[in-house]
Design a protein around this ligand. Sequence first.
Ligand code: HEM
Length: 415
Amino acid sequence: MTEESAAAATVRTVADLPWMDVDDPRFTADPLAFLAEHRARDWAFRSRRGVEIIRHEQVWRFLTDRALVPDIGRVVEAAGLAGTAVGAHMAGGMLGANGPDHTRLRGAAAAHFSPARLAAWRPVIRDVCAALVGDPAPGAVVDLVPLLCAPLPGVVFARMIGAPDADAADLCARSDAVIRLFDQDPAHRDGVIAAGEELHDYVTGQLAERRAAPGADLLSSLLAHHDGGRLEDAELVALTVELLAASTDNTTGQLATTLAHLLTDPTPTESGEVGGLWGVVAADPALAARAAVEAERVSPRVGFVNRHAVRDTVIDGLALERGVWIRCSVLSGHHDERVFADPDVFDPARADQRRSLVFGGGPHYCIGAGLAQVEIEEAVGYLAERFPGLRAEGPPVWHVTEALTAVVSLPVRIP
Ligand code: HEM
């Protein structure tokens, strides 16, 4: 047997894969246990959704393979939003483009997410944190989600596009509503459409203001690309709506999970309470970066990332036909016992820490990953330095599904 025919003999087709019943109530009840049980058997499964990829090594390989694309246009169609303004904006941005068009659209915004620009945001983010937290009285109980996690990304993004801080709350509410389109739930359709129209009007107004008085902000840069002939009218609005919609909700969720893990970790404090890791981060704020990555691993905000095959291909001996949908499970990859020792344990000091899958991979790797990371590091660092004795007041409220992990309430007592 030649090497070629030996390789061909080991190729599996989708029909050869074992079945995963994604409607099994055990999946909803305990996604981690369900995925672990399947991970022990194989790295790929067939399901009514297409192909499920669930081990870390293959999740990364599939996320980065050029034959597979996010194809947001198809997600928009499946959500029943083809032909709507919001559908056009979401599909018309960088997530919906590929090849040279994608490079051109991404290039219009990329300079604002460079390491040098992000470093300049660190002191600004600290100031925003201080303004949002204010001066709570010692002994007061406050909920860190509405106090800090929810508003912070909106204010940072408003400043990034040169809009007033006062616009941030509305921006967050609308972008949260727009990204419900990924739920593909008909019950959310009207809300998605309405929020998309409001964002369109807002963005159009902001672009007109920036055209009259350009600055160093992101919108002024996009306008310069447009006026230089590198962006169409529709692309200019679509990119801005996309960036707005993508920027807030996920960062809020990942910041809240990082804080919840640190404040409720079973490591004891000197006085024997839970939350000992909070004191460790307070003593060494550089650990905030590792804590953020570890929280992304254990509790990834985005549980899976979709891919769509644009041509026939073979990846890791699995033959995929053009058109097949692939669900890359970030949640499962992050808990893969082949890669992480004690994968369900939150341990910012772990030796096997690596880049998380929560921001996707390949050409569409999240453009805001660095910004989100900087926001989380600065918010955690700010709180830990100012309140080293901060303690959780009762358990946080977690919301964990296969698609999404969130902490919706995190009450703490101010020392
Ligand atoms: C913790 C916070 C965040 C998470 C978990 C997250 C997650 C993701 C994921 C999974 C993707 C798809 C990547 C792929 O298909 O390979 C993505 C793309 C994207 N994200 Fe984020 N994101 C976050 C924050 C942000 C922020 C702060 C911004 C903007 C300021 C942003 C803007 C975008 C954009 C524009 C894309 C499309 C990139 C492209 O197609 O080239 N995200 N994000």
